[in-house]
Design a protein around this ligand. Structure first.
Ligand code: PMP
Length: 408
């Protein structure tokens, strides 16, 4: 039985009062809180095993290396990659997607096209603009329809010229779940590589990179109960073999001569310098925590919250909700605006009631433009394993109180 009340006890940070109200944390799409097991893993590592990895032969170095590589195996199993050679540790989704964009620079010419969507986070958009500028390739955008990806538009824009398709699996604004498996099939039929931004999906649903047939898949540890500064780039082994390292220096080499160097094997070829050892161990602990809950149960819990909350939100006069109508196509992200109130004032009002939500453009300015919000921003509530129906009730109450406070 999934018991969010019990889960909350593993997150001491949630047990606090903000502006004289019990905290309701609904900013999980920005970053999630960390359970005690993750905090303990970080502390244990620094208290007992701290040493640099892959270099030393002493016991601490061996223990640190074993723990670091054990985390890589946990990631492999979690996303069902074939081999740990395909799991690269990075700083997060942004770094992972920047690395893929370097591979694209290797591949593209001025006659090629890159296809992304208008809902992409800037970290899956700006690197592609850079690639297009450098190579002369054309960057195309798939639009949205009824608050989700317009698949007809995607099919129209995909052609033999398309060499990279890069899409988010879950939008950090609309909350919609994009049919990545189907998109990957279409991309491959046209001879394009499929890149997936999994920043908002990996924390909330079962990921199987082989089933999706993603060529590259990126995500961040901090959005799935892990520490900041650690993330993952999955890539198919044959592609990572073709891809040049992005950073050069220690750890990633095999031999260094005065005039040239040879690279280490996968995955270490990409991990130059001392990596975020503690971060990877913390991510491993976060994966253990989520795996014990099981991802289907995590997804079902969040779906239940959405089914409970959405009708209550839709009943509030003057509240615009962005994204798909149907909860089946929505993860646990809700962007909204209250008529006559700037989202920053709305978020401040909610904070006065102890409810933490985000307001702004959510690093998706081209999408916000298309949504015609009038104010160039929305408020956003996003949920996770420790949120309860009581949190949903408090959120609705706080919205009504804020609305009443600002009404004149
Ligand atoms: N893509 C999406 C869809 C996101 O929501 C985010 C984080 N807001 C990112 C990419 C970037 O993640 P990070 O900041 O951890 O690199």
């Amino acid at each position: 039985m999934f018991d969010a009340e019990k889960i909350r006890q593993d997150f001491p940070i949630l047990d606090q009062v903000v502006n004289d109200e019990a905290l309701v944390y609904l900013d999980n799409a920005a970053t999630t809180q960390k359970p005690l097991s993750v905090l303990t893993a970080l502390r244990d590592y620094y208290e007992s095993d701290n040493a640099n990895v892959h270099r030393g032969v002493h016991s601490l170095a061996e223990r640190a290396t074993a723990a670091y590589e054990a985390s890589r195996e946990k990631v492999r199993a979690f996303i069902h990659a074939k081999s740990t050679k395909e799991v690269l540790f990075t700083r997060g989704t942004t770094t992972s997607l920047n690395w893929v964009s370097k591979f694209a620079e290797q591949c593209l010419t001025k006659d090629d096209e890159i296809l992304i969507s208008i809902m992409e986070h800037h970290s899956n958009l700006v690197p592609w603009q850079q690639v297009a500028n450098k190579t002369g390739a054309t960057l195309k955008f798939v639009g949205i329809k009824n608050g989700q990806l317009d698949m007809e538009d995607l099919k129209n824009k995909l052609s033999a010229k398309t060499k990279f398709v890069s899409m988010t699996q879950v939008s950090n604004v609309l909350g919609c779940i994009n049919p990545i498996k189907e998109i990957a099939q279409l991309a491959h039929q046209n001879g394009a590589y499929m890149v997936v931004d999994g920043a908002q999906s990996t924390p909330h649903m079962q990921i199987d990179v082989q089933d999706l047939d993603a060529d590259f898949f990126a995500f961040s540890g901090h959005k799935m109960l892990g520490p900041t500064g650690i993330g993952v780039l999955y890539g198919k082994e044959e592609l990572l073999n073709q891809m040049n390292p992005v950073e050069f220096g220690g750890e990633m080499i095999d031999f260094v001569y005065q005039d040239y160097s040879t690279w280490s094997e996968l995955p270490w070829k990409f991990e130059a310098g001392t990596p975020n050892i503690a971060g990877s161990i913390g991510l491993g602990a976060a994966i253990d925590y989520l795996s014990a809950l099981t991802m289907p149960a995590v997804e079902a819990h969040e779906r239940q919250l959405m089914d409970y909350l959405m009708p209550k939100l839709r009943a509030i006069d003057g509240l615009t909700i962005y994204g798909p109508e149907d909860n089946a196509n929505r993860s646990s992200v809700i962007a909204f605006n209250l008529e006559g109130l700037h989202p920053h004032d709305l978020a401040t009002g909610l904070d006065m009631e102890g409810v933490a939500v985000r307001a702004g453009h959510h690093c998706a300015q081209p999408l916000i433009e298309v949504l015609e919000t009038k104010v160039g921003a929305t408020a956003r509530a996003s949920f996770y394993v420790y949120n309860t129906k009581a949190d949903c009730d408090k959120f609705v109450e706080a919205l009504l109180a804020t609305k009443a406070f600002f009404s004149f």
